[in-house]
Design a protein. Structure first.
Length: 132
């Protein structure tokens, strides 16, 4: 293999990598825009979620409709990738406990202590008011 062929392969590979990074970022941002609430992760997590979402979304379309022709970097591919990234974000939040929050023993103790402090403050304020 000549040096020119190697450079062409490297150039094409980097071009494809940059396309996927850009596309993944756009689909990750679209999924985060659709899903209400505070979003986990930064720019890298958004990009990876978009890339993973495109694999999941386009793979799902191809699994259910075997005759479908879908290119990840197209209009149909963008919709499928955004839905895939949305699904990833939904399950991340579900498993992380953002949707369903269970109270821990530590949180229960903190709430109990805060209520007790509030009760004490009211008692002191009432005592000062009665003395005046």
């Amino acid at each position: 293999m000549s040096e020119a062929e190697i450079m062409t392969i490297v150039k094409d590979s980097l071009n494809e990598l940059l396309r996927w990074v850009g596309f993944g970022t756009l689909t990750g941002l679209a999924a985060k825009a659709i899903m209400p609430g505070r979003d986990p992760g930064g720019a890298v997590a958004t990009m990876l979620m978009g890339i993973g979402g495109s694999v999941i979304g386009c793979g799902t379309v191809l699994f259910f409709w075997r005759d479908a022709s879908i290119d990840p970097i197209s209009g149909k591919g963008f919709v499928a990738a955004t839905l895939g990234a949305f699904t990833l974000l939904f399950f991340y939040r579900l498993l992380a406990g953002s949707f369903i929050r269970e109270s821990s023993v530590h949180e229960d103790r903190m709430i109990h202590r805060a209520r007790r402090r509030s009760r004490r403050r009211r008692m002191v304020e009432d005592a000062i008011r009665d003395a005046a």
